[in-house]
Design a protein around this ligand. Structure first.
Ligand code: PLP
Length: 390
């Protein structure tokens, strides 16, 4: 790379203070047109339309259309989305929910907060729950399966749906990584009772703080969720069921609606292009294992992972030294977290989750990464392994 500034996509004034040249963070660039959103927010203020305002209602309408779901229920964040779905399905104390130990802690946190017991099933090499190991974990207490479409790759929903049908289980899809993904050409919402999403700044589709939403095709579930997120109030004076306060902030709805219409399609497209380019370059390196892609599955690459056969931590150090923000998502699977102690799992219980936690590297893959940066990053990784052998 002749010109180092080419690698640095950040505006000059920010670049000076940044540690990395190829960074996981991209929010300043992504919201460089923030003034357009300010004018929408001005309208909210002008009309005092703060609580479940027009922007929220319009966002839900546009969202359900765009995502191919009958209903979209916006909520306070992605964790609430999971929790509220469990509550609306009547899942709580004494119940078990099957999920993966290789996820962001919020997945498991929502199950525990709802009062139910998380039961883990190991993952496969693609980081997703091993659908063939689910049945052996089903008990009389099992009420739901909560698959996580990790990194934006949909789980094997055909099999999971068959199991759920046979054992009369609900399917709550933690889709926080998987906005715009497809499974055999179909939107993932059609493969379960509900899909939950987060609008956290670090997700593919994001706002300026916390936010989230639920997609479902089930009318009675949607009705319950609309009530539960707003104190169970049917109208100002009538409370149908005791609920919660987990409304999407109207100002965040302005941001979300703007992004939905102007940015999301491109974000998804660029991430996929970037990931495929990484696949091509990294596929040539024998010390690296990348996830086998499946033509029938549209992955949206919230994260781009590779697994190394050895020297993971050294590789990350080397990349960081060369100003590339390589990271680990995540080094400790949930069953080995101190918070999980009461579940009585131990090291070795989920060998694939543990193996991946020890060998995974994630590389920046967002829409502002250039082809040159991808080539440069890949070249450095190749160089690292060439030198390492010596
Ligand atoms: C981000 C995330 C959540 C939680 O979303 P918040 O909006 O941060 O509450 C849940 N599950 C997964 C897999 C996530 O990545």
């Amino acid at each position: 790379m002749k010109n180092n500034t080419k690698i640095n996509f950040l505006p000059k004034q920010y670049a000076k203070n940044k540690k990395y040249n190829i960074n996981h963070s991209y929010l300043v660039e992504q919201f460089s047109d923030y003034k357009k959103i300010f004018s929408k927010i001005a309208n909210v203020v002008k009309y005092g339309d703060y609580t479940l305002g027009n922007e929220v209602i319009n966002f839900e309408k546009d969202l359900s259309k765009r995502m191919g779901s009958k209903f979209a229920i916006s909520v306070g964040n992605g964790t609430d989305a999971l929790y509220l779905v469990l509550k609306a399905l009547g899942i709580g104390r004494g119940d078990e929910v099957i999920t993966t130990p290789y996820t962001f802690i919020a997945t498991v946190g929502s199950i525990v907060t709802a009062g139910a017991k998380p039961v883990f099933v190991d993952i496969k090499e693609d980081y997703n729950i091993d659908e063939n190991k689910i049945i052996s974990k089903i008990t009389k207490k099992t009420k739901a399966i909560m698959p996580v479409h990790w990194a934006g790759r949909p789980c094997e929903m055909n099999t999971i749906r068959k199991i759920a049908k046979k054992y009369n289980l609900k399917i709550v899809q933690d889709s926080c990584h998987a906005i715009d993904s497809r499974y055999y050409g179909k939107q993932i919402v059609s493969f379960g009772d509900a899909c939950t999403f987060s609008l956290h700044p670090l997700k593919n589709f994001n706002v300026w703080g916390d936010g989230g939403f639920i997609l479902t095709n089930n009318k009675s579930l949607a009705k319950k969720l609309f009530l539960l997120r707003n104190h169970g109030l049917e109208n100002r004076n009538k409370c149908k069921m005791f609920g919660y306060n987990s409304r999407l902030d109207t100002i965040q709805a302005c941001v979300a609606n703007y992004k939905l219409k102007t940015k999301l399609t491109n974000i998804t497209k660029k991430r996929i292009q970037n990931a495929h380019l990484f696949d091509k370059y990294l596929g040539e390196i024998s010390e690296i294992i990348t996830v086998k892609r499946n033509k029938n599955i549209k992955e949206v690459f919230h994260l781009y992972h590779l697994n190394v056969k050895h020297s993971r931590d050294k590789l990350i150090k080397y990349l960081n030294k060369n100003l590339i923000d390589a990271k680990i998502h995540y080094p400790i699977p949930v069953h080995l977290q101190p918070a999980s102690k009461f579940l009585k799992y131990k090291r070795g219980d989920f060998p694939m989750a543990e193996k991946i936690a020890n060998s995974t590297v994630s590389l920046p893959v967002h829409e502002f990464i250039t082809k040159e940066q991808i080539a440069y990053t890949s070249k450095l990784i190749k160089k690292f392994f060439l030198n390492y052998k010596k």
